[in-house]
Write a protein that binds this ligand. Structure first.
Ligand SMILES: Cc1cc2nc3c(=O)[nH]c(=O)nc-3n(C[C@H](O)[C@H](O)[C@H](O)COP(=O)(O)OP(=O)(O)OC[C@H]3O[C@@H](n4cnc5c(N)ncnc54)[C@H](O)[C@@H]3O)c2cc1C
Length: 511
C-alpha cells in the first residue's frame, strides 16, 4: 500500500479477532455471494493430463510464458514480431489483474503506483510516455500521471488504526522515529528503480537484514520495529528481520517523500490500468491466449518447443525460435527440468478480498491501515475516496499476507471461505467502529499462494536479465528484483530486447 515514511507512537493495544490465521466468526450465515479465485486451479488438470501427448502442432517466432506485467511488457518489445503469449489464468495481469462485478471494477492485487524521479530507468519511462500515461513535471522534477482523475488527494489519503489509537499514518509519533529518519537520510535519492541501477557502493546492504542494519545505527524500539514490519509486509511480504536492509531502505528513500508530495495514482482497475494500455499498443490481441498453461519447455537443435495445456483439456505443441519465461519461478523445475536449482526464492502467500458494498458506508480515508499483533491483516483500501465511481457500489479491498509456512491453510479458506470472509468483515467493523456487514453485496476472494518473492538478504540481483540459453530468457520480478510494477515492467522490456538480439545474432551467425 502507501509508503510515507518520514514522519513522527507508542503503545500497541490488541483487540483483533484473528485467532491463528482465521478470523473467528463461527457458524455465521453469509447473505452475500462469495467468489473464490485461485492460481492453483490448473493443478488438477495438469495431473489428469500428465501422460497425454499433444494432438496438434503450431509454429510462431516467439513464445512468452505468463501474462503478468513482465510478460506483457516483453510483448510490447516483440510487437512487430510473430509471437504468442500464453497465460494460465482466465485473464491477463497476474498479480496486477482486475475483476468486476455488475458495473464495478476492482483490482485483485496491485492497485497503485507513485510518480517517478528522473533517475529511474529510462526504458520503462519511455514506454509509459509512449502510452501517454506520464509526463515530466519540471516543478517537481518527477514524471507524474496524466490521468488526474485517479490521483488520490493528500487529505483523503490515509489513516491507521493501531489498537486504541487513530493515527494519520502508520509511523506517526513512533518511538525513535527521529533516529530512524536520521539513519535513512544518506540514502535519499540513491535507491533507484529498477534495482539493477542501484550503485555498487550500496549493494552491500543486500547482504544484511533491515533489522540488523537499523540495530547497528540506533536503539530500535519494539514499537518502531512493529510498525516497520507492518510496512515491510505490506510491500515486501515479510517482516523487518526477514527482508534485506537494501529492500527496507529502498522502501523509504526511493522517492523524495521527505520534501515533496509524491503523486499516488490508483485507477479503478488498479495496476491493470497499465497492462491494458500496454496491450492496447499491439495490433494483434489474438496473440494473447488466456486459459492456457505451458506445462513444459525444452530447447531443440534449431529452436524451442513448449507443450501448452488448454483449459478444455486439449494439448498443443508450439515451436518457436525463442521463448521468454515470465511465469513464477517456483514451478520452473517441473516445466524446464534442467533448471532445478537456479531460482531459490521464498514466496509470500497473500489473500485479497474485494468486499463490494451498496453505498452508505463511510470511511474517511482511502487507505485504512490496521495494525494487529499478528501482523497478518494489512488493512483495506476504500474505493469511494479513489475517484468518482459511476457505480451504485463501493469496494473495500482487504489484504492478508501470511507466513510461508501458512501457505497450506489457504487451501482451507479456498474450500470454505464463508467463515473467513465474515470474520474479516467483523474484524474491520470492530477495529474501525464502522458498520459494514449490512451493506455487503458480493465478495471476491483472490488466493495468491506464491504472490511475491521475498527480498531476503542476498536475494536482489544487480545483473542483466537471467537466461537459460540464447533461446530461453527469464522475466518477472522473481528474478532477483523487488515485487513492484516498475521492476516487472523493466524485466519484461529487458527480456524482450535480449531475446530479439540473441535470435538476430544467431541468424547472422548462420548466414
Ligand atoms: C496483493 C499484491 C498487491 C500488490 N500491490 C502492488 C502495488 O500496489 N504496486 C506495485 O508496484 N506492485 C504491487 N505488487 C507487486 C506487483 O503486482 C508484482 O510485482 C508484479 O505485478 C509482478 O508481475 P510479474 O509479471 O513479474 O509476475 P506475475 O504477476 O506473478 O505474473 C506471472 C503470470 O504468469 C502466469 N503463469 C505462470 N506460470 C505459467 C505457465 N506455466 N503457463 C502460463 N502462464 C503461467 C501466472 O498465471 C501469472 O499471470 C503487489 C503484489 C501483490 C501480490
Amino acid at each position: 500500500m502507501n509508503r510515507r515514511g518520514f514522519i513522527q507512537i507508542s503503545s500497541v493495544a490488541a483487540l483483533p479477532i484473528l485467532l491463528g490465521i482465521f478470523p473467528r466468526n463461527k457458524g455465521k450465515q453469509v447473505p452475500y455471494k462469495i467468489n473464490v479465485r485461485s492460481n492453483r486451479s490448473f493443478g488438477h488438470l495438469l495431473r489428469e493430463k500428465a501422460n497425454v501427448k499433444p494432438t496438434s502442432t503450431l509454429s510462431t517466432d516467439f513464445i512468452i510464458v505468463g501474462g503478468g506485467v513482465a510478460g506483457i511488457a516483453a510483448a510490447t518489445v516483440l510487437r512487430d514480431q510473430d509471437f504468442l503469449l500464453f497465460e494460465g489464468d482466465d485473464r491477463l495481469g497476474g498479480s496486477s489483474a482486475s475483476a468486476s462485478w455488475k458495473t464495478t471494477e476492482f483490482a485483485t492485487g496491485a492497485h497503485y503506483e507513485l510518480a517517478y524521479p528522473e533517475t529511474f530507468g529510462q526504458e520503462v519511462i519511455a514506454l509509459l510516455r509512449e502510452l501517454d500515461i506520464i509526463s515530466f513535471n519540471s516543478e517537481t522534477a518527477l514524471y507524474e500521471f496524466n490521468d488526474k482523475a485517479y490521483i488520490i488527494s493528500g487529505d483523503e489519503m490515509e489513516q491507521c488504526f493501531n489498537g486504541e489509537l487513530l493515527l494519520s499514518e502508520v509511523m506517526e509519533a513512533a518511538e525513535g522515529i527521529q533516529d530512524f529518519n536520521k539513519a535513512l537520510k544518506p540514502f535519499i535519492g540513491q535507491m533507484h528503480l529498477p534495482t539493477r541501477l542501484i550503485g555498487e557502493e550500496y549493494q552491500y546492504l543486500n547482504a544484511l537484514s533491515f533489522k540488523d542494519f537499523l540495530e547497528g545505527q540506533f536503539d530500535l524500539s519494539a514499537d518502531l520495529s512493529q510498525r516497520i514490519s507492518y510496512q515491510m509486509l505490506d510491500d515486501w511480504g515479510a517482516q523487518i528481520d526477514e527482508v534485506s536492509a537494501l529492500a527496507g531502505i529502498h522502501y523509504y528513500t526511493c522517492r523524495p517523500y521527505n520534501t515533496k508530495d509524491v503523486e499516488l495514482f490508483s485507477a479503478p482497475n488498479g495496476n491493470a490500468y497499465f497492462t491494458e494500455k500496454m496491450i492496447g499498443l499491439l495490433s494483434n490481441p489474438e496473440a494473447f491466449v488466456t486459459n492456457t498453461f505451458v506445462r513444459s519447455v525444452r530447447e531443440t537443435a534449431d529452436g524451442v518447443e513448449a507443450e501448452v495445456l488448454n483449459k478444455n483439456g486439449s494439448i498443443q505443441l508450439v515451436k518457436a525460435k525463442g521463448l521468454i519465461y515470465a511465469g513464477q519461478k517456483h514451478a520452473l523445475k517441473y516445466i524446464l527440468a534442467q533448471e532445478e536449482s537456479r531460482f531459490q526464492n521464498s514466496y509470500a502467500p497473500w489473500l485479497v478480498l474485494n468486499i463490494v458494498c451498496r453505498k452508505g458506508v463511510d470511511f474517511e480515508k482511502w487507505q485504512n491501515d490496521i495494525i494487529t499483533p499478528e501482523l497478518q491483516f494489512l488493512g483495506f483500501i476504500n474505493s469511494s475516496k479513489q475517484h468518482a465511481r459511476p457505480s451504485e457500489f463501493d469496494v473495500f479491498t482487504a489484504y492478508y499476507c501470511f507466513k510461508e509456512e501458512d501457505r497450506g491453510k489457504l487451501v482451507e479458506i479456498e474450500k470454505n471461505p464463508d467463515e473467513f470472509v465474515a470474520g474479516t468483515i467483523a474484524l474491520i467493523e470492530e477495529e474501525t467502529g464502522t458498520a459494514l456487514s449490512d451493506f455487503v453485496a458480493y465478495v471476491n476472494v483472490n488466493v495468491l499462494g506464491h504472490a511475491m518473492p521475498i527480498a531476503k538478504p542476498g536475494y536482489l540481483s544487480f545483473n542483466d536479465v537471467p537466461s537459460f540459453s540464447d533461446r530461453i530468457v527469464y522475466a518477472g520480478v522473481d528474478t532477483g528484483r523487488l515485487p513492484l510494477f516498475f521492476e516487472a515492467c523493466d524485466s519484461g522490456l529487458q527480456a524482450g530486447e535480449k531475446i530479439l538480439n540473441n535470435i538476430t545474432k544467431n541468424k547472422a551467425n548462420e548466414l
